[in-house]
Write a protein that binds this ligand. Structure first.
Ligand code: ARG
Length: 586
């Protein structure tokens, strides 16, 4: 379905043309002054210069050419604004069509193949809250970009190749030297992993602590990392077990977050491409030696900040995070040839990605039309404004954070008699997830935000639970309606709005498609949050002032029901794009 704003623009453009002015001046937008009108057009002001006429004269000329059957009524206001209101009857027929066809999102003109690199957890380390934002934002972007018709692949890009593995190997070796993985003579290794996930998670922090004070231990871990990367069989076999146990646990955690990856690729997958990368960089004369290390200069004339060279190989020949990211781009180009790669990573890594992007551009490792985009996000802070921690001041594990929010939600829901005891746990989980995700996504991603459990779990205000509550309320009204009404809702006829609240709700619903497409273009889930907050507020305003089920006029009652049902469908689609769902009752 064509967007309402587009219909208004087309009709007004036609009036500009009929009055003898260029049609492009007829672009309509949402009013800056909702107290005066719903939409406005400033085209007459722009046209004034080109036609050497007073804007007000132009506006009046245009008004004379607006047809009787236009979707809007308009007036000219000095110095030359055109103020527009949608005709109630037109709005009713537009929404009847929307209600019948189902609210849809307009597809983007150009269908693109997009890889989103998000999640980015590190194997053998527990997920902590720092990984939450990447997962939540990335998942939502994936869903939004798919909704506008793109072919999107979400890639978790596991960190499975760094020093953390060397540390874990070193610590396991110290604890269990008898394991076959450390026996140079061994030629086969057991099926069963020699640790559980909780043991593994305890090993890493312990090893990491030791390496900070014990230089020899750190050397050993570096050596273990190097040996692993060079293919030492025992270490490779142990690494496989670390991966197995860790990935199973990660899958469980991401499942709980309703976050799903299409690709479970990892840093190690890119290693095969590194020799080729080095060769290309040398061949093209881009790499130079610097104190034994191999670096690529990436400064550009327009740089305002210092841009250090990108280190490709350290002096001991080891590759780095940058090397892996460069090689991953080469791999992705080969396997997918994407039009776009979007990185949803902490904004503190901006410089790293800028270096990587410059290297691959200089070396023609990406097609010139392939877009590389760093969608950096800010830090999740506690109420003290510092990075979010546990009450004891330690790193907050993601699981624990979710447990705590679920617990709060369970308490709130237990007080509510609408929820059956057998559903309470599921409902609490759903609402808790909405609280966490909405709390994050309602902020512009690039900004830091304060994770405030009390605020996020509230049923009032700009929160996930408030949105769900609105939706559940709509569902419960619809459940209560009679058989005749249900039948009439199969081909609903909406009547022109009877009051201001009803019209405001109707207008908000017409914006759905545009909002999703804006969110896709700007990679901005917060736009969808702002939108559903508005729709929810309009819904609540509407049914506070309107008796829906007890309305005696049957066609008006059905019109009301159709309106809130459409609002419910739109809210439901939007929360799906944000990555959460609503319970039946709450
Ligand atoms: N594992 C990294 C970290 O924890 C994030 C990975 C982001 N993606 C990438 N392609 N570098 O910081």
């Amino acid at each position: 379905m064509k967007q309402l704003m587009q219909i208004l623009s087309e009709q007004l453009s036609a009036a500009f043309a009929a009055a003898g002015y260029a049609a492009e001046y007829g672009q309509v937008r949402v009013s800056d002054r909702p107290d005066l009108c719903e939409y406005q057009c400033n085209g007459a002001m722009a046209a004034a210069k080109a036609y050497h006429k007073a804007p007000f004269v132009i506006a009046e000329d245009v008004l004379k050419c607006v047809g009787e059957d236009a979707a809007f009524t308009a007036s000219a206001v000095k110095p030359g604004f055109l103020n527009l209101d949608v005709k109630p009857a037109y709005l009713a027929s537009y929404l009847s069509r929307m209600a019948y066809e189902g609210a849809s999102v307009p597809a983007d003109e150009q269908k693109k193949k997009i890889i989103i690199d998000y999640g980015g957890p590190n194997v053998a380390k527990p997920l902590h809250v720092g990984h939450l934002r990447s997962a939540v934002i990335g998942e939502s972007l994936k869903r939004i970009l798919r909704a506008v018709g793109h072919e999107v692949y979400g890639d978790i890009h596991l960190g499975d190749w760094g020093l953390q593995i060397g540390l874990v190997i070193t610590e396991l070796r110290a604890r269990h030297p008898e394991l076959p993985y450390f026996d140079e003579q061994a030629d086969s290794y057991p099926e069963e992993a020699p640790f559980t996930v909780s043991e593994l998670e305890e090993v890493y922090p312990c090893a990491s602590e030791k390496s900070k004070t014990d230089e020899a231990y750190r050397e050993e871990a570096l050596k273990a990392t190097f040996d692993l990367q060079s293919g030492k069989p025992g270490y490779r076999a142990l690494w496989q077990k670390i991966l197995e146990v860790s990935v199973a646990d990660l899958k469980r955690n991401y499942e709980r977050l309703d976050v799903h990856f299409d690709l479970w690729k990892s840093e190690s997958d890119a290693q095969a491409y590194i020799p080729g990368v080095i060769e290309t960089l040398k061949e093209k004369g881009l790499a130079r030696e610097d104190q034994g290390a191999l670096v690529v200069d990436v400064t550009e004339e327009t740089d305002k900040k210092e841009m250090p060279p990108c280190i490709i190989l350290k002096s001991d020949g080891a590759s780095l995070y940058s090397t892996t990211d460069i090689a991953t781009i080469v791999e992705r180009m080969k396997l997918f040839a994407p039009d776009e790669i979007i990185y949803v990573v902490d904004k503190r890594q901006a410089m790293h990605f800028e270096q990587v992007f410059r290297v691959v551009r200089k070396a023609d490792m990406v097609a010139p039309e392939t877009k590389l985009f760093f969608a950096g996000f800010g830090t999740m802070n506690g109420r003290d404004g510092k990075p979010f921690k546990t009450r004891e001041g330690g790193v907050m594990r993601l699981e624990r954070l979710l447990d705590e929010i679920e617990e709060t939600m369970t308490g709130k829901i237990a007080e509510n008699r609408n929820v059956r005891a057998s559903d309470a746990a599921d409902t609490a989980r759903q609402v808790a997830l909405a609280a966490v995700k909405y709390g994050d996504l309602s902020n512009q991603a690039i900004k830091d935000y304060i994770f405030d459990p009390e605020k996020f779990t509230s049923f009032e205000g700009n929160t996930g639970p408030y949105i769900l509550y609105t939706l559940v309320r709509i569902k419960s009204i619809l459940e209560k309606c009679g058989e005749e009404d249900k039948k009439a809702l199969l081909a609903p006829q909406l009547l022109p709005p009877a009051g201001e609240e009803e019209k405001a709700l109707m207008l908000s619903l017409t914006d759905f498609g545009q909002v999703v497409s804006d969110a896709a273009h700007e990679l901005a889930p917060h736009r969808i949050c702002a939108y559903i907050y508005r729709v929810s507020n309009e819904c609540n305003r509407f049914y506070h002032g309107t008796k829906i089920l007890s309305e005696e006029d049957a066609s008006r009652r059905v019109s009301y029901l159709a309106l809130i049902r459409l609002a419910g469908q739109i809210l439901e689609k939007c929360i799906d794009l944000l990555g959460f769902t609503a319970p039946e009752h709450m």
